[in-house]
Design a protein around this ligand. Structure first.
Ligand SMILES: [Cu+2]
Length: 574
């Protein structure tokens, strides 16, 4: 290599490296996010009266206490235990249910409880787009500021889909997930779907003993299995269909829409359906809308357990959920969702337990335990991937797979519970402190152990994470008490889930881990690097000229120097 090239490159690299090393030493200042600028939500839903937490009797129905800070509406529980046809108008008005939402009649076997059960469901869109204004309606947040578009089966209501004219928040009955349905072996059950949506839907009763064809309708030609290609036609918008069955076997089962199932199920048209064992005077909580604790368990469950919870795990792909937020035209939504959206490229972003993600799971979906209890957990995975639910501090026992009792001699006790899509597990959670079933009292996490299962849109802390919280570890409003007095309030801000809050700022007095200073344009290092590059380039050219044109060097330098800075080229010398 000629010396002139070598020297030019050497000069360029030397200047660049030296000045860039200096620039990289200058770190930006830490700028703290001002806590006063954040919008902290109350940890408990302020619209839910504290009196709902107590054990109470409404319409003669015994309702167990729920220590959650946002417990389920006890009037709703009374209404769905007695039937909306068997309660006072006052109680009905407290529920928001339509008077024909749950009709219970006819004690056919004479054992003291109604055996003909009619449940009316509508199809509701949550967080969808409206042409009338900016924003989503009706709004249902799974976590602060997180509003995936969704569809659910919902009990038939009598009011508006929003709370009132001022609030866009969804009526409390319209929420994820679709409600748990609970009936008894031998009940003649009619699920009436009124398609209040702009797309066709059906209901498939997965695992529930049901006849393939419908005996009472259309000369037995009407299907009952919910599969449009084989058992029936799609239930078109505005149509109504009755699904009828009389189950012979008990178990924790599953129902979901079977129209374009890959998208409709993922959008939320999926729920648990539980067939209870037949017992005398077995008035069941026919719908479980909300946090999962069964506040009026069946006779058979009470024979063996102190408490019961319905735990429905679901996951949603952000890209899919946003389709109904981009378009309001059913033709465009149908094209996007079922022709352009590719399920094989999908990624699940939102992981929910009973329709909510952390921290809202702490409001209503915790398992609240006391020592020496036997707690029945019924779990469903309606997401598209396997989940791995882990119980901190406890080993629980699987008693049923997919609603079928496992041989008690071969029951398996473990601390991670894998559930494939559509699977159900019934667990016995024993809180005896023996070092195996329980390690003692605490506020123990209860979460999907896939790492993404504890994230919301890829960010921790989130996902379907909940707790097994002992009563001694709850504060007066029903929130878990952290051992070090950790402040959970940052999770109750939209800013946290908008990624605006640094993870450890609130603990970091030294400012090592706060957010780096905000800059506009190029950051100082980049700017310095670019100036240095330019300087090095100019210097390289000068050196090149000095070497190659010695004879003209003085003149050239003087000329360039004069042009650039008006300096005299005294130093330039060949
Ligand atoms: Cu559907």
């Amino acid at each position: 290599m000629p010396i002139r090239y070598f020297m030019a490159i050497l000069a360029f690299c030397g200047i660049f490296t030296t000045t860039n090393a200096q620039a990289s030493l200058k770190l930006p200042a830490t700028i703290k996010v001002d806590p006063a600028a954040l919008e902290f939500e109350p940890m408990c839903d302020p619209k839910i009266p504290a009196s709902w937490r107590k054990a109470q009797v409404i319409e003669g129905v015994q309702i167990e206490a729920s220590e959650q800070c946002s417990p389920d509406n006890p009037y709703l529980i009374a209404a769905v235990v007695k039937g909306t046809n068997n309660i006072s108008m006052n109680t009905l008005m407290e529920t928001g249910l339509s008077p024909d939402a749950v009709i219970k009649t006819d004690d056919i076997d004479g054992d003291g409880d109604p055996d003909r059960i009619t449940i009316k469901l509508e199809v509701i869109e949550l967080n969808g787009r409206t042409p009338d204004f900016e924003g989503l309606v009706p709004q249902f947040e799974i976590a602060p500021g997180i509003t995936p578009g969704a569809w659910v089966f919902a009990p038939k209501t009598s009011g508006m889909s929003t709370e009132n004219f001022e609030s866009l928040r969804a009526n409390y009955l319209l929420r994820l997930p679709s409600p748990v349905i609970r009936v008894e072996v031998g009940d003649i059950v009619q699920i009436v779907v009124e398609n209040t949506h702009y797309f066709p839907h059906t209901i498939h009763l997965h695992g529930v003993d049901h006849p393939f064809s419908h005996h009472e309708y259309n000369g037995g030609k009407y299907g009952n299995d919910g599969v449009p290609q084989f058992s029936e036609l799609d239930l078109m918008p505005g149509q109504r269909r009755v699904y009828e069955f009389q189950a012979r076997q008990p178990g924790t089962m599953f129902y979901h829409c079977h129209v374009q199932t890959h998208t409709h199920l993922a959008m939320g048209l999926a729920g648990m359906i539980i067939i209870e064992e037949n017992r005398p005077n077995n008035w069941l909580q026919t719908l479980n809308v909300g946090g999962g604790k069964v506040r009026h368990p069946s006779v058979a469950v009470k024979e063996h357990y102190d408490q019961e919870y319905d735990l429905h795990y679901h996951a949603m792909d952000k890209e899919l959920t946003q389709i109904i937020q981009k378009y309001n035209d059913p033709r465009l939504i149908a094209r996007e969702m079922n022709r352009r959206y590719d399920m094989t490229d999908s990624t699940e972003d939102y992981f929910t337990l009973n329709g909510l993600s952390f921290p809202y799971t702490l409001r209503e979906s915790m398992i609240i335990a006391e020592p020496d209890q036997k707690i029945k957990l019924r779990m469903l995975n309606s997401g598209g991937e396997l989940v791995a639910i882990h119980t901190h501090g406890h080993h629980a026992t699987i008693t049923h797979y997919d609603g079928t009792e496992h041989n008690p001699m071969a029951w398996i006790t473990r601390d991670v519970f894998d559930m494939a899509p559509a699977q159900r597990l019934d667990l016995l959670l024993d809180t005896t402190n023996d070092g195996l079933h329980s390690y003692g009292e605490g506020a123990w996490l209860f979460h999907d152990h896939r790492e993404k299962g504890i994230t919301t849109d890829g960010m921790s802390e989130g996902g379907s994470m909940s707790m097994i919280a002992y009563k001694s570890y709850l504060d007066e409003v029903g929130m878990p008490i952290a051992a070090h007095g950790t402040d959970l309030s940052i999770y109750f801000t939209k800013e946290y889930y908008q990624r605006k809050l640094p993870i450890w700022q609130h603990m970091d007095e030294a400012g090592f881990l706060g957010p780096p200073g905000v800059r506009s344009g190029f950051n100082p290092e980049t700017k310095a690097t670019m100036i240095n590059l330019l300087g090095g380039f100019i210097a390289g050219i000068l050196i090149y000229l000095l070497i190659t044109r010695r004879q003209n060097a003085s003149a050239a330098m003087a000329s360039i120097a004069a042009k650039i800075k008006g300096l005299k080229g005294g130093k330039a010398n060949g």
